[in-house]
Design a protein around this ligand. Sequence first.
Ligand code: M6R
Length: 628
Amino acid sequence: MCGIVGYLGDKDPKDVLLGGLKRLEYRGYDSAGVAIHDGTTFKRVRASGKLSALEEKLSNESFSGRIGIGHTRWATHGEPSERNAHPHKVGPVTLVHNGIIENFHEIKEDLKSRGAQLASDTDTELVAHLLNEEYQVTKDLRKAVERLIPLIRGAYSIVAVSEDQPNKLVAFKEGPPLVVGSSRKEVIIASDVQAILDHVQEVVYLEDDEVVEVDGTDVKFFSANGFPIRKESVKISWSADQMEKHGYKNFMLKEIFEQPRAVAAAIDPHIDLNNYRVALNRVGFGVDSVEKLDSLNFEDDLKNTIEKLSGIERIFIVACGTSFYAGMVGEYLLESFAEIPVEVDIASEFRYRDPVIPKNSLVIVVSQSGETADSLAVLRQVKELGALTLSICNVKRSSIDRESDGHLYMNAGVEIGVASTKAFVSTLSVFHLFSVFLGRVRGKLTEAQEQEYTQSLVAVPSLMESVLVYDNFFAEVAKTLKTFRGFLYMGRGVNYPIAMEGALKLKELAYMHAEGYAAGEMKHGPLALIDDRMIVMMMVPSDKHYEKSVSNLQEAKARGGVVISLGTGENTELKEMSEHYLSLPKAHWSVNPILEAIPVQLLAYHVADALGHDVDQPRNLAKSVTVE
Ligand code: M6R
């Protein structure tokens, strides 16, 4: 979590840092701060709350220096407040940090026993103390960093400056990402490319245990123990234009409306529209670096992918949050189309339960950001255990993407709203085509079936357009919906994960109580929750579960629940039973979840908006969860 930026160059660091932090604010927004050289010293300005509070404080400040560091915080150690805001300064050393220092307690006790005065409750300040101690010995910032690294444990990316070397930035990482962009006139280091793409178009990704030293505009890379290393830069694939709201009230609404395009972009590289067959494009199993994917020969790579997948006997899907619910949909699709046993698990549980991974297992790790700490840890764990791994990521060259054996992409474009929307439907589409592909590789689908299912997927973007019209409906009813005590979302089969996702969206945006349930579980407890202050949102498409779902709906209605149902086409039965009936276009059962996702997102969005919440930056959350 947290976003960090460092700048050294010919522009005004205040502008570059604030611009970069704005782009990184989705990573945390509890407090923000900068330290910018003013000719004699690094002057710190910090503010509690969102970045706008810092902007306000900085509005009358100017700095003569050309170097600075900045931070937007998601609090771990110490409450959100100005005294805990970064940068932290000890002696001549000032630094910003993203991550968690796990030997925090040990370091704190040691520093206290040696008389250190602590000005905050953060783990970061402790690192600043240690770095200062090492700096007093070496009088060189990079060498001090080399001596610091063995003293700290945990997940961190850090950018540091020193009063005595005001032409130098030193950054290093173990865990959370850092990218370095440079030109002849400037160098910018940041937590991700979004903060950089206004300035340079190429970046170097820092790996764990690597250090970058910026001296003027000279950029040098080193291993953690001081050996110079060579790093290649890569072109950034996203453009600054994707980071604009384009007239929408906020990013989330824009991203909801971008979903038809996101689905099209996710499936386009893998489908031959002449014959509706799936051919996974450059998955790159076994390629030693994602940088090489684009130059792979399509036919050779496809052969390799088929060979790798034909030996697979079991699949594990591991992810967190919305990506986990996408994985649950993947389970239904894979078991149905490819007839292969699938287990889906939450990364933070999977990694600590001594998972048994049989031979010939494929582990699919799903992550929009590609940086989620628990998902990344699972990827590393299962690789150790000998599994073949495949990632489904949105952020190319993220840690999960770079470390997995095979690669599929959501291609959703930059997702800024903390609540995931377009990455979710993109992932469902990727799972759909992957399941069809695997079904064919395993000889479980005929060519005609493959074509039928693929055609259904290709039709989805235009069907989605017709569901987006419910935006107006939810804008209207949100005023009433926000007054209810709670929301129960229900579905059966492949629709059940959408109930879970709907409840998550409402919780994170509207801060209201919501639960997602498999409709068949209602009688086993949750039915007791239902009364006339409870909204029951039910996915009831015309699929094999229809009749049973209708019975569940009756049961909810009989107990006073206020029903919103999502069904297929004109359906008088559902209309009569529901307070509101939303008609979805007729589609194959396997793509219904993609269509159902839109109303559940719009409901959460509009209820949150009606409650006056910041939907792009819900309280207590951050987009990229890089700590456990
Ligand atoms: O980047 P990831 O897909 O790994 O993120 C996983 C979750 O943190 C994420 O989906 C989270 O649940 C979203 N805020 C949900 O909208």
